[in-house]
Design a protein around this ligand. Sequence first.
Ligand code: UDP
Length: 316
Amino acid sequence: MERVLITGGAGFIGSHLCERFLAEGYEVLCFDNLLTGDMRNIAHLFRNERFTFFKQNVTNYLHVSGPLYAILHFASPASPIDYQELPIQTLKVGSLGTHNTLGLAKAKGARYLLASTSEVYGDPQVHPQKEDYWGNVNPIGPRGVYDEAKRFAEAMVMAYHHHHQVDTRIVRIFNTFGPRMRRRDGRVVPTFIDQALRGRDLTVFGDGSQTRSFCYVDDMVEGIYRLLLSDYHLPVNLGNPREMSVLEFARKIIALTGRESRIVYHDLPVDDPKVRQPDISLAKKLLGWEPRVSLDEGLRRTIAYFQELIHAEPKG
Ligand code: UDP
């Protein structure tokens, strides 16, 4: 039986990946230090005997006994609020954590897949973003801790690929949403849904004209799975090219939840990218992949998840 190690496996995308690899028949080792991950995301997996969880900080030396087919490095704070509250941990998991997991991949002869990000493009001056764009990142701005950690991680992965012949892949993940995002992680999807479901005002930052493109998590996981099985070593964008403004998105959430929330405007955070949209022609060609779940359908599933969380809260 093939074994895969997923770091950040108790996180949002990580936990969906654990599920997917179990469903495909793999044995799954899940590492997470639970800094932003949550045991509730993986509690249902413990009854599967092919699943093992280790509370592990991947910035420390890693030991795994037995063979590994693949390592997927997904550990990192990933919301702007989280990584600004955890700047050193974010820099360490992207640098030391990537180094340690690559060292493990080299020792085990395992495939390696790095979760990189559209943040490597920074506040992009090329639109939509293609993989050959080098980006526009402020290294010392509030997002620098995440953006530069991931850019360093990509450089480290390519160095292990060229210098040590490790069989690596890099996915650049654009905004992704779905069940198991943390209600308070500060990102726009859980924030707006939670605000709308509680009848509170939706907090649009700036004038809401900045754009994002949102991909449902099941589509993202499918793309990541296909990329791992491919033989392509350069970065690949995965995301949903359907672009919309944050204001349009706020209106959509109000419409889909059927609530009467108002929209209020707050200051735009420093270095907030003005536009973001993936060019996914490479993923289409290479992996035969494109998103299948419509934004409305994905949002309906996500709203249902947050509604259940609210119902489960103690009353009073
Ligand atoms: N945003 C917003 N209100 C919120 C949270 C976020 O208007 O309560 C905006 C944010 O300024 C950004 C976009 O929504 O332009 C997406 O933010 P998110 O934190 O989800 O991630 P990002 O794509 O910036 O990494």
